[in-house]
Design a protein around this ligand. Sequence first.
Ligand code: PMP
Length: 407
Amino acid sequence: SVDFDIQRVRADFPLLSRTVHGKPLVYFDNANTSQKPAQVIEAVDRHYREHNANVARAVHQLGEEATAAYEGARDKLAAFIHAGSRNEVVLTSGTTQSMNLVAYSYALPRLQPGDAIVTTVMEHHANIVPWQLVAARSGAIVKAAPIDQRGELIVEKFFELLTPEVKLACVAHVSNVLGTVNPVREIARECRRRGIPLLVDGSQAMPHRPVDVQALGCDFYAITGHKMLAPTGTGALWAKREHLQSMPPFFGGGEMIREVRFDGTTFAEPPHKFEAGTPNIAGFAGVGAAIDYIQALGFEAIRAWEHELLSYATERLRDIPGLRIFGEAADKEPVISFLIEGAQATDVATLLDLEGVAVRSGHHCAHPLMQFYGVPATLRASLAFYNTREEVDAFIAALLKVRKLLM
Ligand code: PMP
């Protein structure tokens, strides 16, 4: 067993000690959004109690403190993902906004009729729909690389799609439904060889593994804060400096300008050029605290514990007759999609909830992946480092009870 003081870790997460329908909560919906440690909650609370002001506008003390928290989060994020510079980190409301920024500001001006954007069948809608929207405006098309039954990307097929008319390639680092870890380094190498920029959706990777955007060799990396202990409405886009330099602003307004004149407005340098308006300052105070928390715990300990839980939960699920697991990639993060033969996913999730167990049911914002497997929905148990073997046991016991009810 892994040396990990799980009880001490759990004590940091106030919500984990609550009950649901009279039962102790088992929170296995971490891929949807993570719970928050007291350190993050307190950072947000402290911001509003002690430092609240707007950023980058005021010379007074509070304005400087708020700016320090906001810009401090950028510094921490930049170091966390090994960005070449803090100026390569655009703060956003989450991956969805990061993707749309790339779609409208990077892709759209470059797309001609007949061009293409390549993505994969396993993507979240956030890594499909923005590309479809800009493709529709420009006469370009979106192509999706296939996966195999185990839920692994067929990398050679992805490469076959990388023809000269492709202006952008997009792939998830980790699938939110299958847990599959895609070979991003290898994909980035091939994209570079063909001169095609690569965007990586890092939403589901950041909570589970150290990320080094320079070592990965991609061009864009999209980040969501709320899945990695930080408040909702926080995220980032990392992009190579030359890309940010070449991109026109997406949102216009305050904070993103150099000088506004009716005969021609000039813009701030990246990243501020892309950060119009008042941002989620308190949220980013929380992002800073979330990164501090993860780094204090360390990915070595986090990964060891999460993978012990993943193996244990997978083993226990495999013992249940008629249970089918979706996603058996050799390299996967602690996300398990499954169905029980003869039972609707939503019925199972609803009954599990009555047992205090929170899992997600549905299409997980991945319709094409559901179409690939020929199912309307799956159940998804997604684990975090603050989960326990006892919670896995409670989940399995609840599942067996529900299965009996529905059979
Ligand atoms: N991509 C993936 C792989 C995700 O799991 C999610 C969140 N479910 C998103 C993108 C979108 O993130 P957000 O809703 O935080 O913008």
